[in-house]
Ligand binder design. Structure first.
Ligand code: ADP
Length: 382
């Protein structure tokens, strides 16, 4: 059953009476309104929208073409059918060019007419469905947009809170550290003569303070990285010398001899020397921490095309493949790993990678559980 509301417009009153009857007989469920002039039709259109309009073209005053143009201004989706006289092909073409859904020639073939009207009503129904789907889609897109906005806002707020926390924790740790350091120095001075358990306690306290100092520096660096405030002081350095300096600095802490393979010639790069040493020292420290006591560690520096590669090899516990991508995340530590020293914060690799990336380079890792790992710092060469 085709439902819909139809408006018939014709100054021929006989036709205006006959057509509704024709339509009602063939299309049940439709309502038909009539108007004997374009003006009267416009008044009806002020009050409601119709699903199809059928209008004679030639009418005194405003004609069907002008009526159609006015209808389309207000209801562009309403199909308009125009009735032309017999043989008025030019008018029919004009009607179609003006956007008429179709034209009907007089004398009207009733079956053809009703079929065309049926198609017009069906088209209107489809257009309405498309409009509704479009509106629903727009609503959905809008609600998605709002959700994204809200989530972004929440994330930004959470991020700002985390940055504030990092900043505050770092300042508190730094304060505590200097306080403890002062206290230990006083104790050490006054207790030069002590021995035994007291001395061990004092040494433990010194170790704790050094760990706290490391955490404080790591938190400070992480805070700078996350707020995009990590600044490099770059200059031209020979990387063989930089590597040697890192090995000298970390030698005492690592406690095992590190074999080292450096090129004979200078290998110059524009780097922040202290930061590259910091990153390399962290890799050396990890190599020791995640290897059994005394297991060999080695460092190599080589040039490969336009890059310098500093690699740290160990024969330690290695990293299972599923964790390799995560080890650079801040505060991430591989679960269930036993270390031969107290655990860190899981910030070291995050900081090392940020330093290297800030130089325009990248980090690489190859690891085999139970066999060992190779962590590499890859730096662009000038
Ligand atoms: P942390 O400073 O706490 O050790 P890192 O960011 O340096 O944290 O390392 C993250 C994780 O990566 C560590 O928890 C460890 O499990 C793994 N890891 C890093 N270096 C090595 C290595 N050389 N051998 C095995 N595992 C490693």
């Amino acid at each position: 059953m085709q439902t819909g509301q139809i408006l018939l417009v014709d100054d021929d009153l006989a036709l205006l009476q006959a057509l509704p009857h024709t339509i009602s007989l063939r299309l049940s469920g439709v309502e038909i309104a009539t108007a004997s002039s374009a003006q009267a039709a416009l008044e009806l259109l002020q009050q409601q929208e119709y699903d199809a309009i059928v209008s004679d073209i030639k009418m005194p005053g405003m004609d069907g073409l002008a009526l159609m143009a006015t209808v389309y201004e207000r209801y562009p989706e309403t199909p308009v059918l125009l009735i032309t006289g017999h043989g008025e092909h030019n008018l029919a073409i004009q009607a179609l060019r003006g956007g008429a859904y179709d034209y009907i020639q007089k004398p009207i073939d009733r079956d053809d007419f009703v079929m065309t009207l049926h198609r017009a009503l069906h088209t209107r129904q489809l257009r309405r469905q498309i409009q509704e789907q479009q509106r629903a889609l727009e609503q959905y897109a809008l609600s998605l947009e709002r959700q994204v906005e809200q989530r972004t806002h929440e994330l930004a707020a959470a991020n700002a809170a985390k940055d504030r926390f990092l900043d505050m924790a770092t300042r508190e740790l730094t304060l505590l550290r200097s306080h403890w350091l002062a206290v230990t120095q006083v104790f050490t001075h006054h207790l030069q003569q002590i021995d035994g358990v007291e001395k061990l306690h004092l040494e433990d306290m010194g170790c704790s303070i050094r760990r706290m100092e490391r955490f404080s520096h790591e938190l400070q660096d992480a805070s700078l990285i996350q707020t995009d405030h990590l600044v490099l002081r770059r200059d031209c350095y020979d990387l063989t010398v930089v590597c040697q300096q890192a090995l000298d600095e970390s030698g005492a802490e690592i406690g095992v001899s590190v074999t080292c393979e450096l090129p004979d010639d200078r290998l110059e790069a524009v780097v922040d020397r202290a930061k590259i040493i910091q990153a390399l020292n962290h890799l050396l420290s990890n190599a020791r921490v995640y290897s059994s006591c005394g297991a060999p560690i080695s460092v190599t520096l080589r040039r490969v095309e336009e890059e310098a590669i500093i690699s740290v090899y160990d024969q330690g516990i290695g990293v299972p493949e599923q964790y390799l991508l995560r080890i650079y995340e801040p505060f991430y530590r591989v679960p269930g790993v036993e270390r031969n020293s107290p655990p860190g914060l899981g910030l070291g690799l995050y900081i090392a990678r940020a330093i290297v990336e800030q130089h325009g380079g990248h980090m690489e890792v190859q690891s085999e559980p139970g066999q060992g790992s190779t962590f590499s710092i890859v730096l662009p060469l000038p």
